[in-house]
Design a protein around this ligand. Structure first.
Ligand code: 5GP
Ligand code: ZN
Length: 141
């Protein structure tokens, strides 16, 4: 896609610090890393977000994910690693070519907050069952 910054990184017209590449995916350093080793994994096919991702693209993308995670772990031995994908501006997506963030975690001072307080009792067991049914009836298979 001609006006997509990540497609330009794939075709080399915008420089990046690549860490892994195969026929289907590219992993490179985030230009504004939250922590040391913050890496982005993207499909080479332009896919806007998870909603629009074909199954084969998903398969090839996630096939590379453990490789990237283990390389970061070996390189920097973080205390933990968050993999995060934002879909839609409301969820924090700013580049509309799907990407999976790999954010190694070293301490609490990096500002990333991904935990939430479990709201026990927010939904009754009957409501949970009905919600599951609603999602199930919307699966495309
Ligand atoms: P999002 O906010 O969409 O989840 O994440 C987009 C990420 O892409 C951000 O963390 C941002 O720093 C990174 N980014 C934006 N433009 C570029 C770029 O030109 N090169 C690289 N390497 N990363 C970029
Ligand atoms: Zn793109």
């Amino acid at each position: 896609m001609s006006d997509c910054i990540f497609c330009k990184i794939i075709d080399g017209s915008i420089p990046s610090n690549k860490v892994y590449e195969d026929e289907h995916v590219l992993a490179f350093m985030d230009v504004a890393p939250l922590t040391k080793g913050h890496t982005l994994l993207i499909p080479k096919q332009h896919v806007k977000d998870l909603y629009e991702m074909p199954e084969d693209v998903a398969r090839n993308l996630y096939a590379a994910a453990p490789k990237i995670a283990n390389a970061i772990k070996k390189a920097f031995n973080p205390q933990g690693l968050n993999t995060i994908n934002n879909n839609g501006a409301f969820a924090g997506q700013s580049v509309f070519h799907y990407h999976l963030h790999f954010i190694p975690r070293y301490d609490d001072s990096d500002g990333l907050k991904v935990r939430w307080e479990a709201k026990n009792g927010e939904f009754t067991p009957e409501q949970l069952k009905a919600i599951a049914e609603e999602i199930k009836t919307n699966l495309n298979e």
